[in-house]
Ligand binder design. Sequence first.
Ligand code: PLP
Length: 434
Amino acid sequence: MTEKAQSFGRYLVRTGKDIKRRGDRYAAWRAERATGGDWFYEYTLTGPAGPSVSLQDAMGRSVSALNFNSQDYLSLTSHPDVRAAVLRAVHDFGLHSAGAPMLAGNTRVSRGLEADLASWMGLGAVATFPTGWSAGFGAIAGLCCERDEIFIDELAHDCLVAGARASGAKLTPFAHNDLANLKDCLDSSAPSGGRLVVTEALFSMNGDSPDLKGLVDLCARKQATLVLDVAHDLGAIGPRGLGEMELQGVLGQVDVVLGSFSKSFATTGGFVGSTHANLIDFLRCSAGSSRASNGASPLQSAAARAALHIIRSPQGGALRSRLAANGQLLRSALAGSKETASPFIIHPLEGLARGRELTGRLLDEGVIVSLIEYPAVPLQEPRWRFQLMATHTPDEIGRAADTVNRVVQQPRGSSSDSRRPELDYRTGRQSYSM
Ligand SMILES: Cc1ncc(COP(=O)(O)O)c(C=O)c1O
């Protein structure tokens, strides 16, 4: 295998005495992939992240493509009400929260957003955070300590694992979505402190969900506190937009619910809510990512609050219906995709080299999609994730599916390699432009 064909895992290792040189091998590998035309990351948008997108790739090549690589499930980032709310917030509060929530980093808009989220989800209280990652990290690190044990789904998101590690609690991964295995783990544990079970409502690399009713019951029986990350489903699915909690009938029964605004709520930011209001006041102070970090900006709060208002309205229902219809259309048109009811579609690839080759061909043909590689997924299981938007048209979906189906039929190694730019990533010199 050439260096270029290797995985991220090999280059993200943190070894070597001279710490400042630890990026050198990664940089060389990244440059080799980029000059070879198979670095599908770190794009620079030159316009809005809509169903079609204009961007520059890492080589400086300009690309216009049908876009399945952005997270805006309900297409609310371009909604006039959301934009108007942001402009009003800029006028009323300026650009910046200018403080941690414990100090003066709250505004009427952020307080209103927290109250709206709590009443919508049937929770006692909600606190907002500047990103979903900091919400997930802060909630878990801020709740647990060395005496506790945290049971975490083996595929849980990076922020949840990082928070669990930072807490110092004993970490026990359980098999993905496997309640019988979780029960065995709980049965064989006896921490001197408490027990926290951490999982997601809709897994973003698989498109699958745990049995939430079973999980709520199991946690209640075993005196464990349940934390559920609803980043990908909240707003995007369910009759009222309340995601898997609504679909599986556990609204108001999950101890701690956390999520992100970056998928369906038109902005960066995140939240943690709980049926126990006191826990949220505790977290505002115990979570370092709240106590020691400036709060979400007025722009973020205004965008998320306006998005929530739409999500709760009949218009939100109509957008969810269009999103679901788009998902069904793409899923049925794409041979070999996984059958899930998520706002994104997972399409398995036959190995890393083939996956990179096909992703490059798709980009050349004007379709951009997320290539998910190790360590985000197991080494042998790279996949495409097609992220849908409510405003993708049937024609755009049809054209994308036709392109994908044609490209995956092409034999290995016979692609449009001759169209690849011959550029030096490090110097930026170009010998090709599209
Ligand atoms: C399950 C899950 N939790 C948390 C996050 C972090 O959210 P954010 O992008 O708002 O930091 C993500 C982001 O992709 C996610 O997929």
